[in-house]
Write a protein that binds this ligand. Structure first.
Ligand SMILES: Cc1cc2nc3c(=O)[nH]c(=O)nc-3n(C[C@H](O)[C@H](O)[C@H](O)COP(=O)(O)OP(=O)(O)OC[C@H]3O[C@@H](n4cnc5c(N)ncnc54)[C@H](O)[C@@H]3O)c2cc1C
Length: 553
């Protein structure tokens, strides 16, 4: 008897097969800028298809362990990680996924567009990095903070090194057990010693990438007032000068047993007068300084969401072309095509939002537009990523639920995206705050109006949907900004934020579509139309998703 064995999914080259990524790079960087990034992206994609996939698998199947004491009772706090994790660490340095925007070469070649190139690298590298994207995000955030507060620090040199032997990543210690969202409840204190140096004392509850050589911790300096704005960021070296012995007073109480991100060692940490270096003047309110880091990690979160969605699509597509169902090949089935087509449109929307956020980060990291776009991009992409991951599992049927296919990980790992660095609701409240800061939503609404105007002749129905959504939004934003603390406005914050994010995404997709149409490519217009009609017009576009499926992926 011959036994049927289903072929497993295979992925195509994540750079050369992704026409959407290539189109966005052509537009955002210009053809010469994209050409300058090609070798870098091609080399990374080749590694992703080869050694990095194996490293990812190794890191996922050999989770980290903590050994607190040596056999004789000496405290060592050693975190052991898989060989694959170390390979991924080296690849992050070598491919400059953190370093790129900090190098003078990149500035010379791409200017502010260096952040766009970095985003493309993350898009290709992230999905099968066993979530090494997490330490990468925090290292980039720390590098941005050090650039602003301690530009001569040797730690900055190491965070932005492309040499695997010297490069380090960073942790980010904010959350305490009594409050992750409400950091005003933090009890970790910072004390100035008579010699002018500082130490931290307190417990931190969720410390990811605890194997990093340093962390940025929030603490309340001696004499600082209550509330979150008076907290200040400190750099905590994890080890003493020998690079092996744990810092004095620093204990890792245990590693978390998490639903996903299993290769990432996440610890609970006790600090007992641990030496720390203030980042900026600790006698002045420091939360605003810390937000430099948080904005960057939120953007990395959006990048990880968009990249995971694209790679999930790739897996599901591969399976669909291999799988036989009643009536033929799964990939030919109209209902399955419409299902995957919807996911392709969502992945395109998430990419557009993340790419826009990185573009703003490159152009003006403290600008008013990014103030609103950073929480919006994280919020919208985080939710899309979880919903999409659930569909990707279902697209594999029972195999999607079986661990060693590697598919369940898509859902487990996606679920962290709407939690850390601000849950959906916490980000929605932050969006409300952003609406009353500076120009609030005006640039976003203006962008949507211009995109709709430009689309009127080519896509009149789509332009109408954007105009109608923007009008409603403008009225609702005004109401919200007039009384942002009222129960009614707060209760509607999530809905409002999602509508803002969806409208911004429609505008971004339409801008890109107009550019592509001028070059004879109508596929981006299709994606923009389907996104807009589904998300802003609440239309059933299933038949179109099926009919035009091949143009969406
Ligand atoms: C895998 C993983 C890794 C992490 N790594 C790190 C790390 O490296 N460093 C770090 O500092 N933290 C880390 N965290 C912690 C994470 O940032 C917090 O869990 C998150 O900020 C939520 O805080 P909390 O757990 O205290 O939940 P809470 O703040 O108690 O939230 C509980 C619920 O209340 C809701 N809520 C809270 N406040 C409001 C509000 N104002 N309005 C409406 N709803 C609200 C939330 O949406 C949520 O649904 C990590 C978490 C995970 C899951």
């Amino acid at each position: 008897m011959t036994r049927f064995v289903q072929a497993g999914p295979a992925i195509r080259d994540p750079y050369t097969s992704d026409w959407q990524l290539q189109g966005w790079l052509d537009r955002l960087l210009g053809p010469a800028g994209h050409a300058a990034a090609k070798d870098r992206l091609a080399a990374l994609a080749a590694d992703v298809l080869g050694p990095l996939r194996a490293a990812h698998h190794d890191a996922e199947t050999h989770p980290p362990t903590l050994t607190r004491f040596d056999p004789w009772g000496a405290r060592i706090e050693r975190v052991d990680t898989a060989a694959g994790w170390e390979t991924l660490r080296a690849s992050a340095a070598r491919h400059a996924v953190v370093a790129l925007p900090y190098t003078s070469d990149a500035h010379h070649t791409w200017g502010a567009g260096a952040r766009v190139v970095q985003h493309a690298l993350l898009h290709v590298w992230g999905p099968e990095s066993a979530t090494f994207t997490c330490p990468v995000a925090m290292a980039d955030g720390a590098a941005a903070l050090l650039t602003a507060t301690a530009p001569d620090s040797p730690w900055l040199t190491r965070l932005t090194s492309t040499d695997p032997d010297t490069a380090v990543t960073s942790g980010q210690w904010m959350t305490e057990s009594q409050g992750g969202s409400d950091i005003a409840r933090s009890t970790t204190t910072a004390r100035r010693r008579p010699d002018g140096t500082w130490t931290l004392t307190g417990d931190k509850w969720f410390c990811s990438a605890i194997d990093s050589a340093m962390a940025v911790a929030l603490a309340r300096p001696d004499g600082a007032g209550p509330g979150s704005r008076n907290l200040a960021p400190f750099l905590v070296p994890r080890y003493t000068a020998d690079g092996v012995t744990p810092a004095d007073g620093l204990q890792i109480l245990r590693l978390k047993d998490k639903l996903g991100t299993r290769a990432v060692p996440t610890g609970e940490v006790r600090l007992d007068d641990v030496p720390a270096i203030p980042l900026g003047d600790p006698t002045t309110p420091g939360l605003a300084r810390m937000m430099t880091l948080v904005v960057v990690t939120r953007l990395h979160n959006a990048a990880a969401a968009a990249a995971g969605m694209r790679r999930g699509l790739e897996h599901a597509l591969s399976h669909a072309t291999n799988r036989q169902i009643a009536g033929g090949i799964l990939a030919d089935n109209p209902l399955h095509r419409a299902t995957l087509g919807g996911l392709a449109v969502d992945a395109a929307g998430a990419y557009a939002l993340a790419a826009h956020a990185f573009t703003l980060l490159g152009a003006d990291p403290t600008g008013p537009e990014l103030r609103l776009v950073a929480p919006l991009a994280k919020l919208v992409t985080g939710r899309l990523a979880v919903a999409s991951a659930s569909e990707y599992l279902e697209a594999f049927g029972g195999a999607g639920y079986v661990e060693d296919t590697g598919i369940p990980r898509l859902l487990r790992d996606a679920q962290v995206l709407p939690i850390w660095e601000g849950t959906t609701n916490v980000l929605a409240v932050d969006v409300l705050r952003a609406l009353t800061t500076g120009d609030g939503a005006r640039p976003l609404l203006h962008r949507a109006e211009i995109a709709a105007d430009a689309a009127v002749s080519r896509l009149p129905g789509v332009a109408d949907a954007v105009v109608a959504a923007t009008r409603r939004l403008a009225a609702d934003v005004e109401t919200a900004a007039a009384d942002p603390r009222s129960d009614r406005v707060v209760a509607g914050a999530r809905e409002l934020a999602l509508r803002l994010g969806n409208t911004l995404t429609a505008a971004l997709l339409l801008e890109h579509a107009a550019w592509a149409a001028d070059r004879g490519d109508d596929r981006p217009a299709l994606l923009a139309s389907l996104w807009t009609l589904r998300r802003l017009g609440a239309a059933d576009v299933s038949a179109d998703l099926h009919t035009h499926f091949d143009q969406l992926i």
